[in-house]
Design a binder for this molecule. Sequence first.
Ligand SMILES: Nc1ncnc2c1ncn2[C@@H]1O[C@H](COP(=O)(O)OP(=O)(O)OP(=O)(O)O)[C@@H](O)[C@H]1O
Length: 228
Amino acid sequence: MLTLENVSVKIGVELIVKDVSFTVSAGSIVGLIGHNGAGKSTVMKTIMGWHDKAQGKININDIDQDQSFISYKKQLAYIPEEPFLLPELTVFQHFQLYGQSYQLEEDLFTKRAKELAALFEISDKLHEYPEALSKGMRQKVQTICSLLPDIPLLLIDEPFMGLDVHAAHHLQTLLIEKAKSGTSILLTSHQLERMEEMADSYVMLHDGEIAEQGAMGDFRLLSRRGKA
Ligand SMILES: Nc1ncnc2c1ncn2[C@@H]1O[C@H](COP(=O)(O)OP(=O)(O)OP(=O)(O)O)[C@@H](O)[C@H]1O
């Protein structure tokens, strides 16, 4: 379970995230919603430890981000909005890097890497370097890396952008399966219909503050009445 308590984040002198508190329970999918610039990615990056907190606490399964960062980091994987791959590693070497970092057992790694590469239709690109891939393919590689290990928390920024219809559909199904097996998932997306299909609850940010949070079913009612 992920918990944020009264988290504020400053970038330069500007307060970008203001007193944000929410939880993502084990096995649940929470949608982080908001207009461009609302602070969604900043919240994600702060959970990753890429931005310092001006105040507040973040923990995953009671492991405090500030007290034991290495154990904390092993509990999560992040799929950023822009794929971030290393130019000197092939597709398969990226998979290996993730498998090893999260200590995935060898046989399970091989099975999953093969299945996911086939599902996302990049089996013929395993020995290519990132520069030889399209943007959507790079995103698939990043996505597969994060799906390989079984980790308590997945953070996913705009997971469906740039993916073709089939890949987006497979990813949605896989994320729902992951959640059913106990993974907590926090995702941002401007594709509200997909979010409504997947998420159990939502947190809506406005100008860095929580404007609303609740069950996804309530969000559906609100949006139908034109309030969201
Ligand atoms: N590195 C940075 N330096 C200065 N300002 C930043 C930086 N990163 C983000 N911001 C500002 O923080 C605010 C929140 O940005 P953020 O990327 O978190 O929004 P978002 O909700 O993810 O938006 P989008 O839906 O467009 O991805 C914006 O006003 C943005 O300009």
